[in-house]
Design a protein around this ligand. Sequence first.
Ligand SMILES: Cc1cc2nc3c(=O)[nH]c(=O)nc-3n(C[C@H](O)[C@H](O)[C@H](O)COP(=O)(O)O)c2cc1C
Length: 187
Amino acid sequence: MPDALQLMRTRRSPRIPDLEAPGPSAAELDTILSVAARVPDHGKLVPWRFLVIEGEQKKLVAAELLPLLRKAHPEATEDQVAKEPGRFAHSPLVVTVISRAGPHPKIPEWEQVLSAGAACMSLVLAAHAMGYGANWVTGWAAYERPCLDLLGVGAGERIAGFIHIGTPKAAQEERPRPPLSEIVTRI
Ligand SMILES: Cc1cc2nc3c(=O)[nH]c(=O)nc-3n(C[C@H](O)[C@H](O)[C@H](O)COP(=O)(O)O)c2cc1C
């Protein structure tokens, strides 16, 4: 088993069509979600929650998303229409991270949003550490109100990401990362 640093240095996001069964077991998923719930959280507000979409529910969600996509994006090609909701049905498991950030007398909303992003990243890394692949995506379904209604996302909530998790069917190629010289400065 590689050490934690090696895992973080080698992580890649597999393409969703490359994420296959098996996905995490129920016990493994609980571990992944527990790791995600340990993120820094200024004020201990728990400004996020997790919606698990798995099993038969994936197909139902995918089917219900289809007409919503056609309505929201009449310009979408048949290929896009067929592909997009099908993503939900493809990967073994999707964890939706929902931000509950909002106005607070002491904790800026921005910091609550950042905490939801941290939860997404912890989910991805925990899945990776267990030997699974994970891909954090949003896409049209994260922003269309009818889709949010379908998923039970409330008026004050936002989707931080759909984290697709499964077993990568192919090794991931490396992609260029920004050189530290371009992103690090010192005072
Ligand atoms: C908030 C957020 C939303 C994203 N949404 C998408 C998306 O909808 N589609 C996509 O192809 N990648 C999306 N990505 C990027 C992927 O998660 C991933 O970073 C990218 O495929 C590069 O792979 P890597 O993680 O191995 O560098 C998103 C990333 C973030 C942080």
